[in-house]
Structures are given as C-alpha cells and as structure tokens.
Design a protein around this ligand. Structure first.
Ligand SMILES: C[S@@+](CC[C@H](N)C(=O)[O-])C[C@H]1O[C@@H](n2cnc3c(N)ncnc32)[C@H](O)[C@@H]1O
Length: 228
C-alpha cells in the first residue's frame, strides 16, 4: 500500500465513522474577519482545497464568490449539499465525480477525488484561495508535496487566506499537525508571497484538542499571493 493510499483510507474511515472533529458548525470567524482584507474584486472563483463539508464554502458563496472545492470523500460532499438543503447535479470528468450546485447553490462546484490529481486546467478560472486545515491534516512529507502542488496549480496573482495552527509538539502527536510560521515559509515561500495578518494565542482556542494534553494553541492567519 502506498503512502497516498494509506492517507486516503485514513480519511475515508474518518468520514465513515463520523469522526470529524475538525468540522465547524458555523463559518470560521477568522475567515469572516480577515477575508475583506484581501481586497479582492468580489466576483472571483475561490479554490478550497480539502474542503470537507465546510460551511466556509457557503459563507464565501454568500459574499458573491464562486467556489471550487476538492475533497476525497463523496460522503462529505453529499452531506454538504443535503445538510444545507442545496440541490446539485453530478457527472464524471477526468477521474473526478463533479458535484455542481444548482438553483441557489449555482456557483458552487466540488470535485470528489484526489487533490494530487488536479491539474492547472481544473483551476484556470480560480483567482482566489481559501485554505483551512489542509496543511495541518498532513505529515511533513505529504505537506511538502501538497505545497509544491499548490504552487503548480495556482496562476500568478492568485490571492487567498491560509489558516494554520501550531502547538508544542512534545505534548501531542498529530493529526492535526503543528505547522509553525517557519514551516509555512519553508513550504510555500518559493512560490508565494506570504504575509501574516493575525496571530491568536491562548488556551481558550484549544476546542476539541483540550483533551489531548495541550495547554495552549497558536492560530495564524496568512495572506498568500502566488508569485508572477
Ligand atoms: C482536516 S479536514 C479539513 C476539512 C475542511 N477544510 C474544513 O475546514 O472543515 C481535511 C479534509 O481533507 C480531505 N482530504 C485529505 N486528503 C485529501 C486529498 N489528497 N485530496 C482531497 N481531499 C483530501 C479529508 O477527507 C478531509 O475532509
């Protein structure tokens, strides 16, 4: 079994067992607060890698943006549409099962399949990015491949938010993995201009990680711009 297959099995099992502690029952506060700081035109298509059934996609869509997500789990994507009483159509293309929102969900498209199988053609219309909990979902090796692929996929000028957490790795083993600032720069610095918009720190941010031995947690909000 390859590392990629093991990783896929891990996530399919999480969704099958409904062990999705990462899922938030409302749109992310950092997204709501910091998205306007990107200064986008407001009609972009936002690429949302490893999107799960995140309500952040709905929030982005409500701002007038289109959304293109990619997610391994078909169950997650089915739930995204059904939980939110949204309609969609499905078809297969390029090895992906494509869910295209209809009626009020028009403008939301989610590709079910492997992020690493995406090509720049899939994302040719995306000029914005929203990435929450992708880097922290992967070990260091996978994270490097993820970041290099993101550089290949996104066109110059694409701009977006990246949310990542970091913590004392002596106290807890991931996932979620700790992805400190230095690691973000090491992973993405070659292809992206990286700015730090905000840093939040303290035990009150632990949420469902409070039981895993951590005493505090750092959250950082970065703005990424794909280099020319
Ligand atoms: C930690 S969750 C984050 C989900 C979402 N971003 C959120 O904020 O709720 C990571 C998600 O990535 C998906 N995933 C993991 N590896 C993937 C891959 N190679 N391609 C597409 N999706 C993947 C998992 O199924 C899972 O739903």
């Amino acid at each position: 079994m390859t590392g990629a297959t093991m990783q896929a099995d891990y996530w399919h099992q999480k969704w099958a067992d409904n062990k999705i502690g990462f899922h938030q029952e409302r749109a992310n506060k950092r997204l709501e607060h910091h998205w306007p700081e990107l200064g986008l035109a407001g009609d972009e298509t936002v690429f949302v890698p490893l999107c799960g059934k995140s309500l952040d996609m709905l929030w982005l869509h409500r701002q007038g943006l289109s959304v293109l997500g990619v997610e391994l789990s078909e169950k997650a994507v089915q739930s995204f549409f059904s939980d939110n009483a949204l309609t969609c159509e499905q078809h297969e293309s390029d090895g992906f099962l494509v869910f295209t929102g209809t009626a009020e969900a028009q403008g939301i498209q989610i590709l079910v399949g492997d992020y690493f199988s995406l090509t720049p053609d899939h994302l040719h219309h995306c000029k914005a990015l929203y990435d929450r909990a992708s880097l922290i979902a992967m070990n260091q090796d996978m994270r490097s491949s993820y970041a290099a692929h993101l550089g290949r996929l996104l066109a110059p000028g694409t701009r977006g938010l990246l949310l990542a957490i970091s913590y004392d790795e002596g106290r807890m083993e991931g996932p979620p993995f700790s992805v400190p600032q230095e690691n973000v720069h090491e992973l993405l610095g070659e292809h992206f201009d990286i700015g730090e918009l905000a840093h939040y720190s303290g035990p009150e941010r632990l949420g469902n990680l409070a039981d895993r031995g951590l005493e505090t947690l750092d959250e950082r909000v970065y703005v990424l711009t794909r280099n020319p």
